[in-house]
Design a protein around this ligand. Structure first.
Ligand code: 1HE
Length: 255
């Protein structure tokens, strides 16, 4: 049974978690399919959107598959998630998560591997691992504190705290908050916009920013200069700057 679907909307790949009867819980098959999908996106794709079918984005790890693993298998399972979600964060194109309903456990780990999160008012966020006697294993301990800080993540895991959609936007879990039912439309609109950028600039943003954030200021500035030099030398960059100077490109506008 294929629980992952791909539709192309011009340069935007729309990827749907399609296991609504299990609230899009991520079993090994779905994680492997996600990894495979990002490995072989068509070369025409310039941005991607991930969303979930049904009432929820994703209920996290498929708890039904958890019971029988020993420690070594648990470690390998976590590494499988790391490889798959690294493929989302450090893949070929920017990824926008369209969130609604439950964004919990591994679902929040998946969302936090994306570059932009758009949530509708039905979204809620939790890390129930703490109360299930387990730990995050999909990169959440690395990525989620970068969004909301170690203290908030610790609270979520210790107390089972659930953040509402509005709170999630306030603390940095999502960058956009939209009315119920509109997350996918907004995510697609943003993805179409992102897809118009020079591909090299998008690539530089996705791959350089998180790495620079982990470098010393001196190394970060040097990496920035390297990427900046490469990006501005591309013929497409020269044409885009020329277009602005000639009055053919959009101004920055607050409307
Ligand atoms: C599942 C899962 C799942 C639902 N694994 N089967 N994640 C959690 O601890 C979250 C667990 N799920 C929930 O709290 C709720 O299901 C939801 C809030 C997400 C949705 O509630 P609701 O009322 O819409 O659905 P439901 O009736 O609870 O679930 C419908 C079915 O989906 C039901 O199965 P059924 O056969 O009885 O119909 C549920 O058992 C099933 N289901 N969630 C397996 N997660 C890399 S490490 C990551 C570690 C984690 O992610 S831990 C957190 C796991």
């Amino acid at each position: 049974m294929n629980h992952l679907h791909l539709d192309l909307h011009g340069p935007v790949a729309l990827i749907r978690l399609s296991r609504p009867a299990k609230r899009n819980a991520l079993n090994d098959g779905l994680i492997l399919a996600l990894q495979e999908q990002f490995n072989r996106l068509p070369t025409t794709v310039r941005a991607a959107v991930i969303h979930g079918e049904g009432e929820h984005f994703c209920a996290g790890l498929d708890l039904g598959e958890l019971q029988e693993r020993d420690a070594g298998q648990g470690l390998q399972h976590s590494r499988l998630w790391h490889a798959a979600l690294n493929g989302v964060q450090f893949g070929p194109v920017p990824v926008i998560a369209a969130l609604h309903g439950a964004v919990v456990g591994g679902g929040l780990e998946l969302a936090s591997a994306c570059h932009i999160r758009v949530a509708d008012e039905t979204a809620f966020y939790a890390l129930p691992e703490g109360s299930r006697g387990i730990f995050v294993g999909g990169g959440g301990s690395v990525r989620i504190p970068k969004l909301i800080g170690v203290a908030r993540m610790t609270d979520m895991m210790l107390t089972g705290r659930v953040y509402t959609a509005a709170e999630g936007e306030r603390i940095g879990l999502a960058q956009y908050l939209v009315p119920a039912g509109q997350a996918l439309a907004k995510a697609l609109e943003l993805a179409q916009r992102v897809a118009q950028n020079a591909p090299l600039t998008n690539y530089a943003l996705m791959h350089a920013l998180p790495r620079i954030a982990e470098q010393s200021a001196d190394h970060g500035l040097f990496t920035e200069a390297l990427i900046s030099g490469i990006a501005q030398a591309a013929p497409e960059a020269k044409e885009r700057v020329r277009a602005f100077l000639d009055g053919r490109a959009a101004k920055v506008s607050k409307d």
